[in-house]
Design a protein around this ligand. Structure first.
Ligand code: GDP
Length: 297
């Protein structure tokens, strides 16, 4: 069945934080995600992250990991939330230091607050001659958001997503914030998680990127995701490397589903292939009936 069991406290192990980057258009969300993606090279492995799979994991020098949702902006965040997926532990809100606190900055702040997701501010573009990070912090203070420099508790760091200045320190602050959350999950059970994106690849069939939230996903597992199901035939990480299993807070691309589930759909692993197919079929039917009803009204 797909009912989730409650974990015994001793089964819970620390897991990496899952981070979403939000902020006003052109303030540097994509640049920050690109910089982190390009610069991060896992110790002992050559080559950075080559695949755009909707999410990626990085490892800091001290070995700590962060999983990034690679879909900047709060549209993805709210679309996922609308489907009942709470997949963000921490929101990085990027604000350009040569601009003001803009409408979408405020929206991003309210989305994070509504979801009770802690915020770390990235005051960006400090390489620009007209950058004024203090003005931004003053603006935040006026909104009752006191950053640490201003005597408050909210983490913020001045960065340049272009030169990379301050990005390492920003990520260290994300880790600090994550430590306060004491994020944990049980890796020793059938996997559950959320779909990040899915598409049909000409050569490979349906490719779905999922974020494992609990348990461990393995090749051969039978997955039910939204209205789709199938046996995991292969898994690939963000470096294009084949892997056999993926634990909590790991983004992973899987092959083998019979369709493309939607971003924000939950996924489960079931013991029983027939049950998974039945549930998927029932969900498709419900969706069809719903769309017929909405068309009539
Ligand atoms: P997004 O819309 O928030 O994803 O913003 P982008 O990452 O696309 O950045 C918008 C523009 O600002 C692009 O032309 C970037 O090259 C530029 N940009 C982003 N970050 C920085 C920065 O730290 N310094 C400078 N000088 N330009 C930046």
């Amino acid at each position: 069945s797909i009912e989730e069991e409650v974990d015994a406290p001793e089964d819970l192990k620390p897991r990496a934080p899952i981070v979403t980057v939000m902020g006003h258009v052109d303030h540097g969300k994509t640049s920050l995600l690109d910089y982190v993606r390009q610069e991060n090279v896992i110790a002992g492995e050559s080559g950075g992250i080559t695949q755009h799979i909707g999410a990626y994991g990085v490892q800091l020098e001290n070995g700590q990991k962060i999983a990034f949702l690679d879909t900047p902006g709060h549209e993805a965040f709210t679309a996922m939330r609308a489907r009942g997926a709470q997949v963000t532990d921490i929101a990085i809100i990027v604000i350009a230091a040569d601009d003001d606190i803009m409408p979408q900055t405020k929206e991003a702040i309210s989305h994070a607050q509504a979801a009770s997701v802690p915020i770390v501010f990235a005051i960006n573009k400090i390489d620009r001659p007209n950058a004024n990070p203090e003005k931004i912090k003053e603006g935040l203070a006026a909104m009752n958001l006191l950053v640490e420099d201003w005597g408050g508790k909210i983490q913020s760091h001045d960065i340049s997503a272009k030169t990379g200045e301050g990005v390492k320190e920003l990520l260290e602050k994300v880790i600090l914030e994550a430590e306060l959350l004491e994020l944990k999950a049980n890796p020793d059970k059938l996997a559950t998680g959320t779909v990040v994106e899915a598409f049909l690849d000409k050569g490979r069939g349906y490719v779905s990127t999922v974020l494992v939230l609990a348990g461990t996903l393995k090749i051969g597992d039978y997955v039910l995701a939204g209205t789709c199901s199938g046996k995991v035939k292969a898994m690939q990480d963000e470096r294009g490397k084949s892997v056999d299993e993926a634990g909590p807070s790991t983004p992973i691309s899987i092959l083998g589903l019979d369709g493309a589930p939607q971003a924000g759909d939950k996924f489960n692993v079931l013991d029983d292939e027939r049950e998974a197919k039945q549930i998927a079929a029932k969900r498709s039917q419900l969706l069809r009936e719903q769309s017929v009803r909405t068309q009539r009204h």
